[in-house]
Design a protein around this ligand. Structure first.
Ligand SMILES: [Zn+2]
Length: 335
């Protein structure tokens, strides 16, 4: 068994949104020479089958993506443009996420890292949103759940993972946890949105105002997410790993240092109690920050150690917000 498996492939550079688009090929190119990544064993990357995609996406939507790509590219929605190579890249992003999930479920590694594009967590059953084409992490989570495994998805991208939330809204086999800036695109992810029917209480959203620092996010991990993860007892944990809550990110207003991502990873590994961890790249648009954050995430996966206490106390604003969120969930009667 290798410790950590990597999915990385030049096919992901074939997705070329219009010039000047923040979700650009250089996001992966800056990761290429990270020594820590170069040392990891890689899985062969393959295209997802249409059958596999159709477990989360409607066939007419899948077909539309193919047709737009084949006709030379264009816009799937105002913020998501694709090129002819995007079809291959999107199929490969889904296939790589699914195959890393298989590898972890089969015990071939204890962690997997999917450095893929286009990203996925905004993509819904029948439309592209927010630079996302197919919902890579939802496809992986659905696969694990179909095999009878309990799946926890932690989405720390600065934007709410609306597509993933929608995919598991009424299901109790996938716990969806999201911390995100609010108000901000895609304008969803309210505290009271906790799922319905069997899924009631299996979606938990933590919207935070801008300006949050490491200690604020770690407070959310320690007070909310780590206890929820431990209580749920997942068989596999997946991370929608966007790095756009970094202080240098041009698209949002959070203020994390790169180290926050190492500390969050250590916390989720401790809470996961030995369950394998699949990290799937989502956003993150400052190239230097993205490079450092991915490196520190993998460093934490490589060397699990007790998480460090936050260097400072969380702001009173965030401590009060966390108290209010926990109170809201109690009032709603979340299990
Ligand atoms: Zn994002």
């Amino acid at each position: 068994m290798s410790d950590i498996l990597l999915a990385s492939d030049p096919v992901f550079l074939e997705h070329r949104p219009h010039v000047g688009h923040p979700e650009r090929e250089s996001r992966l190119e800056v990761l290429a020479d990270l020594p820590r990544l170069a040392a990891l064993p890689r899985i062969p990357v393959r295209f997802a089958e249409i059958d596999e995609l159709s477990r989360i996406h409607r066939l007419d939507y899948i077909d539309r993506v193919r047709l737009v790509a084949e006709s030379g590219g264009g816009y799937l929605c105002p913020e998501t443009s694709i090129s002819p190579g995007s079809w291959s890249a999107a199929l490969a992003a889904a296939g790589a996420s699914i195959d890393l999930c298989h590898a972890l479920l089969d015990g071939r590694a204890r962690a997997g890292v999917a450095l893929v594009r286009p990203p996925g967590h905004h993509a819904t059953v029948d439309h592209a949103m927010g630079f996302c084409v197919f919902n890579n992490i939802a496809l992986a989570a659905d696969l694990a759940a179909r095999q009878g495994r309990k799946v926890a998805v932690l989405d720390w991208d600065v934007h709410h993972g609306n597509g993933t939330q929608a995919a598991f809204w009424d299901r109790d086999d996938v716990l969806f946890l999201s911390v995100h800036q609010a108000p901000l695109y895609p304008w969803s992810g309210a505290v009271g949105d906790v799922g319905v029917r069997r899924g009631f209480g299996y979606t938990r959203n933590v919207p935070l105002g801008p300006g949050c620092r490491d200690e604020d996010y770690l407070h959310v991990m320690d007070r909310i997410f780590a206890p929820r993860l431990a209580e749920f007892g997942p068989d596999i944990v997946m991370v929608s790993a966007g790095y756009d809550a970094h202080k240098e990110d041009p698209l949002a207003g959070m203020a994390l240092d790169s180290e926050a991502y190492r500390q969050m990873t250590l916390r989720l590994m401790a809470a996961a109690a030995g369950a394998p961890v699949l990290v799937v790249l989502e956003g993150g648009y400052d190239l230097a920050a993205l490079r450092e954050c991915v490196d520190l995430t993998v460093a934490a996966l490589e060397k699990p150690e007790p998480p460090a206490a936050p260097a400072a106390e969380a702001s009173s604003r965030v401590r009060q917000q966390v108290d209010r969120i926990l109170e809201t969930w109690r009032e709603l009667g979340c299990p």
